[in-house]
Write a protein that binds this ligand. Sequence first.
Ligand code: SAJ
Length: 413
Amino acid sequence: MNFKTVSVIGLGYIGLPTAAILASRGVNVIGVDISTEAVNTINSGGVHIVEPDLDIVVKAAVTTGKLRATTEPEPAEAFLIAVPTPFKVGNNEPDLSYIKEAIKSIAPALSKENLVILESTSPVGTTEKVACWLKEYRPDLTTPLDKGEEADIKIAHCPERVMPGSVLQELVTNDRVVGGLSAECSRKAVELYKIFVKGECITTKSRTAEMAKLTENAFRDVNIAFANELSVICEKLKINVWELIRLSNRHPRVNVLSPGPGVGGHCIAVDPWFIVSSCPEEAKLIQQARKVNDRKPYHVIDKVIKSADQYKKPVLAFLGLTFKADIDDLRESPSMRIVEEVSEMGIGEVLVVEPNITSLPESLASKGLELLPVVPALERANIIVLLVDHKEFLSIERRLLSEKVVIDTKGIF
Ligand code: SAJ
């Protein structure tokens, strides 16, 4: 094996599982994160995020001494960057500051023949920017932009494509798109991924790899927007959208996705904007899909307001806060948005059920909202709003719902 020491920058939902898997394959992994809390938790063999089996793999990696976390980058043969790429609040423009900071932080630790891989989802052209930033911070080292195949530092983009909830399995089985700034960069990056990836590693140019990732998530967003638009149309036409989709999907070439309270998470609700911001005139459908999905939580809120109007003292139980089922991730969650907005309106007492968290986020706790187990919340409420199809909700006894208004945004009841 040519890679004995690999550094993973950013120990979040992608970086930590990747670091732990690499360590489980015998590589010495130095995990780097700006959060001392995350670093301390990992070094004590724990995890700071919820992902099935991650705790076991991290504990094993730390116990065997193969994984160590720190806040300061150290020399390694390869640096894998897995930091967030959010958009700037207000204008939906990509915020590349985390990537730039990561590059700045690894620059002093770099030496000739190092490989730098950008895993963060990035707008087209970011990998080239990484090379420019490296040049800025380490003018003594050459990059593929000035020295081509002969460059001191090899640089590639290899977007992560794993599904939260199945990260450990998908990290190994998914195919990887590897876009090097030169053929040699791609070859070296594939060599690294082959340590743990059983799927195929397909090489291309960095710009195509960047766009491939954005395309995958925009494709999903557009398809979910279609389902969300259908659900609103069906409500107006008094048709059960779930039955309609089941029937339509009997066609061999139709696969309508599921409507819901909106689209959340740090990927699908964000990445399509990276295409729109590059080509605003051309990306009309992609932009419209974002708007349809962003509008859906407000449609749910309108329904909640109408239902509350029927009661003198409405007690509303919201089931689920996370952006999708069986995870603890609240980022860009449409359910959070719905609960925040409704509680601000003061239209009734608001109860929250979220089995995957132990305390409410500050934005809700500061409003005096209560986090309750499912049964007491259902018993107290007269309006029940199902926002996330968590496994705990699938087995809710139907008698607990009788004589109550039920708004089921995921169609589980
Ligand atoms: N959703 C629906 N209806 C559906 C499917 C999803 O409303 O039929 C909603 C979910 O509830 C959630 C949002 O969409 O709010 C996104 O969930 P998701 O399960 O579609 O995707 P993510 O964000 O968890 O992960 C996606 C994946 N991308 C694709 O499936 C194309 C994953 O493979 C990527 O690695 C990940 O984004 C990422 O990191 O970019």
